[in-house]
Ligand binder design. Structure first.
Ligand SMILES: Cc1ncc(COP(=O)(O)O)c(C=O)c1O
Length: 393
């Protein structure tokens, strides 16, 4: 069979691959501890689910305006004003089928062959392939040696006359790093000086620990208003990964192009999910505020269990809900030479599901999600410790 050149270099999502392998094992009666999925171990709040039921019962079940219902776009503008001191109008907002889809619509509108897009490794695993789907080339700037914070020198040396955009993600999946104001200012200066676009993936903006603070880059550097696209979704903040609603906020001209891509591919996001998201965006933060202490307990419990091993290195996450563990000192034992082999070993021999670091551009690492239940976080971390201990014995 012959397929198009668009799909030739595209890799499947490693997260979904391990997700499927776990499901397969569970189907065969094997008990596996899943620390793979990037989603809260919580139900969608009742008032949000009720809003969806009400939408169905009141006949809000037809196509909506392609860029999303006006009320939801207005509410997103109000949220951005109240929380980030940013002024946008509904024409600056596109509602899509999840944050991923919002990002793709924007990237597709901006990039094509001959363009390059800078991303910082370790990166969210979909970025490189999404960039490739547009025909552009992902350029990877490694941040591992500088504790996951890009330096001005490393960014500037990766910029060429083909560079179109930079994608940032703070709080970051997989590292949990949260950029401070000075890092964002430095990136803003480079974006401005080189007339680039900045795509700011802020999907974990409300999942912060200790005294970490989230800043949207435009609120720090207002000169970025015409060059930045803010990407967000209801998936993580409101336990709504299955509802598939995300949004992009940026210059009206660009948003209109991204809406055009959407109109010719998926028309609009689900009407029912949009009404549920309206209830979500209009709520206060009490749901996520009640989840943060639980996540903190899980993070700290996971770190306690993992501290039994001397050779696991990581930076304590300040946001998102992942631990990104350097485990390469366990490689080269029992034919385990990379993160994928280690992930397969942990899954097959110790019944714990994690995601190999290769998916994030960092093969010395593995990622665990501590958004799972406390019981699974504790059990899974112990299984990882047992598995690694067995390798070193
Ligand atoms: C950094 C980042 N961006 C985007 C997404 C996609 O989110 P959504 O479920 O809203 O498409 C995820 C999901 O894991 C993510 O971690």
């Amino acid at each position: 069979m012959r397929f198009s050149e668009h799909i030739d270099n595209i890799k499947p999502s490693e997260t979904f691959k391990f997700f499927a392998l776990i499901k397969e094992k569970q189907k065969n009666g094997i008990e596996v501890t899943p620390l793979v999925a990037g989603e809260l171990d919580e139900e969608t709040p009742v008032h949000i689910a009720d809003a969806a039921i009400k939408a169905i019962q009141s006949g809000k079940t037809k196509y909506t305006i392609n860029s999303g219902i006006l009320e939801l776009r207005e509410s997103i503008c109000k949220k951005l004003k109240a929380e980030n001191d940013l002024s946008f109008k509904p024409e600056n907002v596109l509602i899509s089928n999840g944050g991923k889809h919002a990002l793709f619509n924007c990237l597709y509108s901006l990039c094509g062959h001959n363009d390059e897009v800078l991303i910082f490794a370790p990166y969210y695993s979909s970025y490189p392939d999404m960039i490739k789907l547009t025909g552009a080339t992902p350029i990877i700037v490694n941040t591992i040696k500088t504790d996951y914070i890009p330096t001005a020198e490393s960014i500037k040396s990766a910029i060429t006359n083909k560079t179109k955009a930079i994608i940032i993600n703070s709080p970051c999946n997989p590292t949990g790093i949260v950029y401070d104001k000075s890092t964002l200012e430095m990136i803003a200066d480079i974006v401005h000086e080189n007339s680039l676009w900045l795509l700011s993936d802020e999907i974990y903006e409300k999942i912060l620990f200790d005294d970490a603070q989230h800043f949207s880059p435009v609120s720090i550097s207002p000169e970025l208003y015409n060059k930045t696209i803010i990407l967000n979704s209801v998936s993580k903040t409101y336990a709504m990964t299955g509802w598939r609603i995300g949004y992009a906020v940026g210059p009206a001209e660009l948003i209109a192009k991204a809406a055009l891509v959407q109109s010719q591919t998926t028309s609009n996001a689900s009407s029912i999910s949009q009404y549920a998201s309206l209830a979500a965006i209009n709520s206060d933060d009490s749901f996520i505020d009640s989840v943060i202490p639980k996540l903190l307990t899980k993070r700290d419990r996971a770190m306690k269990i993992l501290s039994r091993m001397d050779n696991i290195e990581y930076i304590k996450p300040a946001g998102a809900f992942y631990l990104f563990l350097k485990v390469s000192s366990y490689y080269k034992k029992d034919k385990i030479t990379n993160s994928t082999a280690l992930a397969m070993y942990l899954l097959n021999n110790h019944n714990v599901g994690i995601v190999p670091g290769s998916a994030f551009g960092a093969d010395d690492y593995i990622r665990i999600s501590f958004a799972a239940s406390l019981e699974n976080v504790e059990k899974g971390c112990q299984q990882i410790v047992d598995g690694l201990n067995q390798l070193s014995s």
